[in-house]
Design a protein around this ligand. Structure first.
Ligand code: ADP
Ligand code: MG
Ligand code: MG
Length: 892
């Protein structure tokens, strides 16, 4: 604890940039105060004071005196003392962390009221009912949030008072009723908290401040922080704000407002107002609010002033703001503002609207949106107009719109999906045993667990729709059904889950394609209606991003169709064409004979048959990407992947043998499967190693690429092929493959008489490759960082296993905040990338550098790749717009 440290700031001393110290609410109250807006005076106790308290268990020594000094000043300004019997100053004590956090302590209003001052308040206001209403609210809020009394008990007492009087609403209770209620409330406090309600105003305030500090560590707050990845050590500020009263009669009230519609972004009058009410009455839904526009009729002066202030705030913050205000007998007071939350669509609209209004420039507009929002806009969505019964709501864990039949166990999920049914796997929570069911299901729904639960992590990894932690839903696995209230959903009933909103529906909700994808596909253009307007905004923001970004964006695609779509989505080439997909289907037999070949002749014959097929694939691909680079990766996976499953084949052969009609080919296949079987195929015979031990395999592929390029050249087209060698660990491997490849290329060039301009390069996906990048660059014209394998080998994680087995535990223990397969691990894997970039360029200044792992489409990783100076990222076609946007954001 530093002696010089200042723990309390008057609202006149702070500003909006001090959110770390004053919390969001405090910083913005100060900002509004300094803008000259009507904010009731007050002061903010810093997050630093909270941190000292949380670390040491006691408030910093200097805090009490500082609070006293600020309270003195406040009392002077207001001309009355806290709790003063004949005319009490009352304050609210309000929590306010850097990020707004549900689950933190509620605000306590009317602090300073007591048996001694309630009459003084009544006298001053000329309203006895109001004074007793304020007092009962204080005891209720204080009891509930500071003394931990069950809030229901107070609500029950209010209901009892209303019932006794045969009235429906609280405003029908008069001063005498409320006086009795105060008595009853005090009894409840005494009985439940084991102490009297404190009559001393300063004690009320001090206890409330401490309760705000303590609320940082409530279970709900901790859970929320973990889900939202908010650090646990920020602490909360505490705001002490002099009270203004919205419950002083019909010319008073309280409301909330937005400077523009948080759903559409449109400017207008959006909000709710409640006459003769205090604090949370508006959102609590106790009485019916009126639309904000009605305030114009109720109190034109305050309404006009509010509109003026809203414009001031928008111009000042240059963004959508949300607002909490109170009117006390015709005087407007601002109690809170902040840059408001908005839907993904509104983020794009608002960004472009603000550009049009001249409030922000294009670079700033790019900071107002992000790739996650764009990705959200690209998922197919439920047609809201056709939505069926809402069953419940959980955490939007992995986006998408999934419809299927409810199943409650993994076995049924697999069985039903094999017979062609679409299923939604519903579990209380999932564990590694559910993996097969999760793969088989259209979507996953759980009633427990948050964003880092097993279901959420695994579903995100698989790109599968998931809603988790839908707590109203009771999952009964034994009886194969779920219940929500009296609604029962049996196995086989259709449900629809929305992984973008967390909503769960009974029945089938129709799915409509995203207008944003329709636009990228070229099937929709900006126009006048609502969807078109969104498309127009996206179009403009993408144009800003494309103008400023330095990173180029390529696609991972291995057929002409994907390549064409990628191009429509803005791809500037192919960064990874996997050739293994060209060996599947009916070509599998050819691959089998290649693997089974006993003699050179047999092998060469198999390769000769594969050559024209491969060549045709490449011709189509180069055509779809004409004029743009296409990086073709030579065969990478272990060969056993092309052979039948070892168990299935063993059973088949054993059965056949027992019938004495074993097939010669099956026997040979089984031998080969045994021969090729590896304990760790991921670290076994694959990548460049295949090229080196299977004569003719890589040269066949290189020939196919070269001949395809030559054919395109002959057709006056512009093929730009790059040949990429996978899994290189040492420059010697690369040199050997390179020599052979160059020879083949020279032959094809000589035969066709054209210079094919083929580049040869390698993937950097083994730690040794990264560590010796300087040497490898001597033989490589380009590097493509294969960050999936690099992450596997740097961490020693088998991606196929660990996400489902122990990543949940790792995320929960905070070992990492997000899977390193999702966002690049900057300190470890990222360091290797960074060093390899430097070493590679030292050897070969014009070395081309890219990345082709999943990370190429991950927003945070794209920023990292921009920063380390790669030339391009490559990602799946659907992630291309996201990568373009984030590359623009990184450069802006
Ligand atoms: P939250 O963070 O939950 O929004 P606030 O601290 O903003 O909590 O308080 C909730 C509501 O209580 C405010 O919107 C406002 O209506 C009321 N309130 C808070 N402080 C005061 C005050 N000094 N005077 C009048 N009403 C207040
Ligand atoms: Mg508030
Ligand atoms: Mg790899």
């Amino acid at each position: 604890e530093n002696k010089e440290q200042k723990f309390v700031y008057d609202f006149t001393e702070g500003n909006r940039d001090l959110k770390d110290l004053l919390g969001g609410k405090g910083a913005n109250l100060a900002e509004m105060t300094n803008l000259g807006l009507p904010v009731p005076p007050g002061f903010t106790i810093t997050t630093e004071a909270c941190k000292v308290y949380l670390d040491s268990g006691t408030e910093p020594g200097a805090l009490r005196d500082e609070v006293s000094a600020h309270l003195d000043a406040l009392e002077k300004k207001m001309g009355k003392k806290l709790g003063q019997a004949d005319d009490p100053l009352l304050v609210s004590v309000r929590s306010g962390a850097k990020f707004s956090m549900p689950g933190m302590m509620d605000t306590v209003l009317n602090i300073g009221l007591s048996d001694a001052s309630v009459a003084g308040l009544a006298q001053q206001a000329g309203d006895e009912r109001f004074a007793w209403d304020s007092y009962r609210r204080l005891i209720q809020m204080f009891g509930k949030t500071v003394l931990d009394v069950d809030g229901e008990l107070f609500e029950d007492a209010i209901d009892a008072a209303k019932a006794a009087k045969k009235v429906k609403t609280d405003i029908e209770l008069d001063a005498a009723d409320l006086k009795k209620l105060v008595k009853a409330f005090k009894k409840i406090v005494k009985a439940e908290a084991g102490r009297e309600f404190p009559e001393d105003p300063r004690e009320q305030m001090d206890l409330a401040i401490k309760a705000v500090f303590d609320s940082w560590n409530t279970e709900r707050a901790i859970l929320y922080r973990r889900q939202e990845r908010i650090p646990g050590d920020l602490g909360t500020a505490v705001n002490v704000c002099s009270m203004v009263f919205g419950n002083l009669g019909p010319d008073s009230g309280t409301g909330v407002a937005f400077t523009r519609d948080p759903a559409s972004g449109h400017q207008g009058v959006y909000g709710d107002y409640l006459q003769n009410a205090q604090g949370e009455d508006v959102v609590a839904g106790i009485r019916n609010t009126v639309p904000l526009a009605d305030l114009e009729k109720i109190d034109k002066k305050s309404y006009d002033e509010l509109m003026q202030i809203m414009e001031t705030l928008e111009t000042h913050y240059k963004d959508l703001c949300d607002i909490e205000f109170t009117i006390e007998r015709g005087t407007l007071w601002m109690l809170q503002t902040r840059v408001g939350k908005r839907t993904a669509g509104a983020a794009f609209r608002i960004a472009t609207q603000l550009v049009d209004q001249g409030l922000i420039d294009e670079a700033e507009a790019l900071q107002r949106v992000n790739g996650a929002q764009l990705a959200q806009l690209m998922f197919p969505r439920f047609d809201d107009k056709a939505a069926t019964e809402l069953l419940g709501r959980g955490i939007a864990a992995s986006p998408g719109a999934a419809v299927g039949k409810a199943v409650f166990d993994s076995y049924t999920a697999v069985k039903w999906s094999r017979s062609g049914e679409k299923v939604i796997l519903i579990r209380r929570e999932t564990n590694p045993d559910d993996l097969n069911g999760m793969i088989a299901a259209e979507g996953i729904l759980t009633s427990r667990g948050g964003k880092t639960s097993h279901a959420a992590v695994v579903a995100r990894g698989m790109g599968k729709t998931c809603v988790c932690g839908a707590e109203e839903i009771e999952v009964d696995t034994k009886r194969r059904r779920l219940t929500v209230g009296d609604v029962v959903v049996e196995e086989g009933d259709t449900v629809s889950i929305d992984g973008s909103s967390g909503k769960v529906y009974l029945g089938e909700v129709p799915v409509v394609p995203s207008p944003v994808v329709e636009y990228f596909e070229g099937r929709m253009h900006a126009g006048a209606d609502d969807a078109d307007e969104l498309v127009g905004a996206v179009h403009r923001v993408m144009a800003y991003a494309d103008r400023v970004r330095r990173l180029r964006v390529r696609a991972n695609a291995d057929n002409a169709e994907d390549a064409a779509r990628a191009r429509r989505f803005g791809a500037q080439g192919i960064g990874l064409c996997r050739t293994e997909h060209m060996f599947l289907g009916e070509r599998r037999e050819l691959v089998e004979s290649l693997i089974l070949a006993d003699t050179d002749e047999e092998r060469e014959a198999a390769l000769a048959e594969l050559l024209p097929l491969q060549k045709k694939d490449f011709v189509e691909l180069f055509e779809a990407m004409d004029g743009l680079p296409v990086t073709v990766r030579l065969l990478d996976p272990p060969l056993h992947e092309f052979l039948p499953d070892i168990t299935e084949l063993s059973v088949r052969v054993a059965l056949a043998e027992s019938r004495k009609d074993a097939n010669e080919n099956d026997l040979r296949l089984l031998q080969a499967v045994h021969r090729l079987h590896e304990q760790n195929p991921m670290l076994g015979l694959r990548g460049v190693r295949l090229g080196l031990v299977i004569p003719g395999l890589f040269t066949m592929q290189v020939r196919a690429i070269a001949e395809a390029a030559a054919e395109r050249r002959a057709a006056k087209a512009d093929p730009r092929a790059e040949i990429m060698i996978p899994l290189v660990g040492t420059v010697q491997e690369l040199e050997l493959v390179r020599d052979e490849a160059e020879q083949v290329i020279a032959e094809v060039q000589a035969a066709t008489g054209s210079d094919l301009g083929l580049a040869l390069g390698t993937m950097i996906e083994l730690p040794r490759a990264a560590l010796t990048a300087g040497q490898i660059a001597e033989a490589a014209e380009f590097f493509s960082f294969g960050t999936n394998d690099l992450t596997q080998t740097v961490w020693g994680f088998s991606r196929d296993d660990v996400e489902a087995s122990f990543f949940t535990a790792y995320l929960e223990k905070g070992i990492f905040g997000v899977s390193p397969f999702e966002t690049i691990d900057k300190d470890g894997v990222g360091k290797l990338v960074r060093d390899a970039v430097t070493a590679g360029r030292e050897t070969r200044p014009d070395l081309k550098l890219g990345v082709c792992g999943e990370h190429g489409g991950d927003p945070e990783s794209v920023h990292f790749f921009h920063e380390v100076g790669l030339d391009y990222v490559s990602c799946s076609p659907f992630r291309i717009p996201v990568a373009r946007l984030e590359a623009g954001r990184a450069a802006a």
